[in-house]
Design a protein. Sequence first.
Length: 295
Amino acid sequence: MFEQLGLIGCGLMGGSFALALKHAGLVKHVVGYSPSTNTVQKALRLGVIDAAAASAEQAASGADIVLVAVPVSATEATLQLIQPAVTPQMLIMDVGSTKADVLAAAQRVLGEQVGSFVPAHPIAGKEKAGVEHADAKLYQGCQVILTPTTDTLDKQRQQALDVWQALGCNVVQMSPEAHDAAFAAVSHLPHLLAFAMMNAVTSQPQGQEFLSLAGPGFRDFTRIAASDPKVWRDILLSNRQELLLQSQRLQSQLQAFESLMLQGDGAALEALIARASSVRSQWHLKQHHHPKPAC
């Protein structure tokens, strides 16, 4: 049980975390701050937070758990703002989709106090942002990646593990570098592809006509293209090194398909498709039988 949550960023992710803690009886009081007064007032009306803070530092002051739920590019500035309020007893977490850059920012800003910080990435969300979409059940059954380091205090590491597990999450721990490499492949690249696919279709003279004929497959494939542009701008830039490596791998595979199509080599083309189909089918079965599927 935590006495007070300091919530920096009262949007979908932060608001859902606050509601989840409340519904699980894990926090007594939530103090929230967002740069937008309208967002803070909305969070108050919805019962996401119990009190509004005038600053990020004020929200963190006196809290025993702090969640920094801001765009990745704003992490360093936000940690600078709350730094005067940080104590060795405090647990600080973020919810960013990249981790190496976030940890580097924490090390620069928090210095010796970085032991209180446990980088976290819950694999959850919605296409619709905003506190009005906050959901106490958003994190249930989802995977959460924690990337503590040798600097992380044992108490905070265990607290972070305990709190996410108490919210019904499957928690995995790995290094920040391993995290960023993996998610460049399975999350950031698919989003990049969805954005590019939508732009490729709609930039054609007959783009809108083509879209009107699209079926469920196209809708499923491009669903994530409706994601928040500012959030994904930050993610694509902050993890660009790993993402560009994955983009090169994809282009190599595309070239292999294109080459076989140009050659009219149906047998080799079918073999490439069969390889992908087989792996995807088996992966789906494993996911289906997983006790706590990732969101």
